[in-house]
Write a new protein. Structure first.
Length: 447
């Protein structure tokens, strides 16, 4: 066993050390080689060493180098080295993190990490939290808690009776609502299209002059950090409008909520703490391994009621049983990695991570504007949208930069404009990475 793990560690280290020298995107030859995996199911056993070697030799070259410093697609962070190591150790422990009795270390670390994160986000100390797979699942869990709370006020037990015949609930979203909210609404039975859409301004923020009437059977979903522009809905104003009417306000803050950790960015999240529930990711800006999301609700009992179920063999008397706050029973120990990241970074390190990546985004924007290209958004966070002309030309530049290999940026369509989206989310990105990538983008765009 030890020889196998040591060999795997060497392979993993070699892979990470090679990222700076290789193309960010895998070559077509490497992707084609994946067909070697498509053999019939083996009749005989193989050694573990053979299997790991095959994974490394065929699989590693075909990966996207998103763990390195020049991947700017989607909103994907790398993994801090301490979190990779913590993940290895937690995997070796092989704990079922849904229960305290089967994973006491994870349960203890979850409690500590939740307390720390609530402090970072300025959330109420009494709010409940859970470790889930991603922001989509966090949105799902939070909206389930909102559904429970609003219908319980009407005397309806939605967990027992379902939605058939239940009092109707109105859901309010912005015109640029993220797909994860739409998916969560579908999963929870509210529907993607059965929503009231609020017009947005030039940065994608809900317009308060167009905000609709809400009542005690309304859920308002707001964004803390648009996945395109990085802009924030006016959360405080929305809470002040919605709460007197009894409405529930939910914050989709997959990456933007982490702006609270940086004093110069904290004004962006003003009022977020006034909401009723929150969803965020740890595998984005906190830079822990996939998959890792977090859900919080002000009303602790609502999250537990929506997520929990009992059975004779599950009887426990601990203050907080992890599975009672998430959709899944059995799961891996995500709390270990989140705790490890926060423990190593501390408040100052987390602040530096947020500030540094925002500065990198600003440098991209300044360099692109100086070269005559159009940056479409106010760069308030770590997102940059740039147009290189018409839609066809912009798509051409995106395709060529992805093929060129120095860096990887994706495309989007935002308020009718096709754009390259540059998201700087990784701890591994250095000033040298930014200058090298910016030079490549300008070179490709000019050719």
């Amino acid at each position: 066993m030890s020889n196998l793990l040591n060999d795997t560690a060497r392979r993993a280290s070699r892979y990470l050390e090679s990222l700076d020298a290789r193309s960010v995107a895998p070559t077509q030859e490497a992707i084609a080689a994946l067909e070697e995996f498509a053999r019939p199911f083996p009749e005989q056993e193989s050694t573990a060493e053979t299997v790991v070697a095959e994974l490394d030799q065929i699989g590693s070259p075909a990966t996207m180098a998103s763990a390195g410093g020049r991947f700017f697609g989607f909103v994907i962070g790398g993994s801090l080295p301490v979190t990779v190591a913590a993940s290895w150790l937690a995997t070796a422990w092989d704990q079922n993190a849904g229960l305290v009795v089967t994973a006491p270390t994870n349960a203890a670390l979850e409690n500590v990490a939740l307390r720390w994160i609530k402090g970072i986000f300025n959330l109420p100390a009494h709010s409940a939290g859970g470790f889930v797979t991603c922001a989509t699942t966090a949105n799902f869990a939070a909206l389930a808690a909102a559904r429970h709370s609003l219908l319980a006020r009407e005397g309806w037990d939605v967990e027992a009776q379902g939605l058939f015949g239940a009092p109707p609930i109105t859901v309010v979203v912005g015109e640029e609502v993220h797909a994860s909210i739409s998916k969560a609404l579908a999963l929870i039975g509210f529907g993607r299209e059965r929503v009231v859409r609020v017009p947005v301004d030039a940065q994608g923020r809900m317009r308060m002059d167009a905000f609709p009437f809400v009542d005690e059977r309304t859920i308002v979903c707001v964004q803390a950090g648009s996945v395109n522009s990085g802009a924030f809905d006016p959360v405080l104003e929305i809470c002040e409008r919605a709460h007197p009417q009894g409405a529930w306000v939910h914050v989709d803050g997959a990456f933007g909520m982490w702006a609270a950790a940086a004093p110069s960015r904290a004004h962006l999240v003003r009022g977020v703490e006034e909401a009723d529930s929150w969803a965020t990711d740890a595998h984005k800006w906190l830079n822990v391994p996939y998959d890792s999301g977090l859900v919080f609700t002000r009303e602790a009992g609502a999250l537990r009621a929506a997520m929990s179920v009992g059975a004779a063999y599950l009887a426990q008397d601990e203050d907080r049983v992890p599975y009672q706050y998430t959709p899944d029973f059995s799961r891996r120990a995500r709390g270990v990695e989140v705790w490890a990241a926060l423990r190593q970074l501390g408040r100052k390190g987390l602040e530096n991570l947020i500030e540094r990546t925002c500065r990198h985004a600003r440098r991209f924007a300044d360099g692109l504007v100086a070269a005559g290209y159009s940056v479409l958004n106010d760069v308030v966070l770590n997102q940059v949208l740039v147009s290189f002309g018409d839609a066809d030309r912009t798509r051409e530049v995106i395709g060529r930069i992805q093929e060129e290999g120095t860096c990887w940026c994706g495309g989007t369509v935002w308020q009718g404009r096709t754009a390259m989206r540059i998201s700087v989310s990784s701890w591994a990105t250095t000033e040298e990475d930014v200058e090298r990538s910016l030079a490549a983008i300008l070179r490709v765009a000019a050719s």
